[in-house]
Design a protein around this ligand. Sequence first.
Ligand code: NAP
Ligand code: COA
Length: 273
Amino acid sequence: MTISFNFAGQHVFVFGGTTGINLGIAHAFAQHGANVTVASRKQENVDAAVAALSTHGAQVLGVTADVRDFDAVGRAFATAGERFGKIDVLVSGAAGNFLAEVNQLSSNGFKVVVDIDLNGTFHVMRQAFPHLASPGASVINITAPQSVIPIRYQAHVCAAKAGVDQLTRVLAIEWGSAGIRVNAISPGPIADTEGMRRLAPKDDTSGSPVQRLVPLGRLGTTADIANLAMFLASPAASFVSGAIIPCDGGGAIDSIKPMIEGAAKEQMTHPAG
Ligand code: NAP
Ligand code: COA
């Protein structure tokens, strides 16, 4: 069986799309013909992503913006709109994470993650709307298993990503009449990502202990997530909206929760220094 995607001429905007999972999504759309805009805070990440994405022969625009800055997010969409027109596919995945138990977390430490993950998603959604193809746009938020699974040392992320899920569901209702679908992908442990570097035990060099925790017996890849994103953006998903879809090898509660709690135990035994 062959599944083929074709996004030729479509404008795909990936906020937080310059590294890791989100960059993997941008690569997939660029490989399938889209004009791609990526945005994030650091100019060096934006420049590197634009260079890498351009190797597919795609037209690529890079914009520097922090999702915490509502006006900067608006300027990013205006710039992208001038270059490629209305947005057919919007991916919002900027996030921050670190391990900290609540009693060690400052007010600003909690706030910074809520600001990036949740308020940032709101900023992206709110500023993107006038630039979305209506009808027809597909919006994909990147959430995490922490949105539904309570995990020690992740109170800030659990709270923020739960908000991302609910924002996704509400927007699917409010924007449905405009012909815009809004969904979210909840990745499991994805190999070679910053999230794994921060949340998996450091001496797990082979990855095998974490792999054993995943029911399907392997870590995910950025291509696994990108494939689901392309499905959600395609006509095959034209009646899918308001869905929070795990892509986690069969059970994040079996893998993410013990992985993160194991990493935290290790960091407390061997504090970073
Ligand atoms: P990553 O490589 O650190 O990607 C984060 C991206 O967001 C980068 O492009 C980063 O670029 C950008 N970013 C961070 N803060 C930003 C801000 N304030 N404004 C604008 N852009 C910002 O992380 P990842 O591990 O691939 O994770 C990507 C997404 O997947 C996140 O939403 C994460 O919660 C989710 N996720 C990951 C895993 C996993 O296994 N890795 C599992 C579940 C869910 P700059 O630094 O240049 O801003
Ligand atoms: N434990 C406890 N608190 C921490 C912390 C940790 N490991 N790391 C940061 N904080 C606190 C800081 O102490 C600060 O609070 P304070 O002012 O009360 O001291 C607050 O968080 C903000 O930190 P700061 O470094 O100023 O934030 P930033 O805006 O420069 O960076 C982060 C944001 C902290 C989320 C940073 O890790 C980041 O940029 N992450 C993006 C990449 C990422 O996390 N990828 C994985 C995605 S799953």
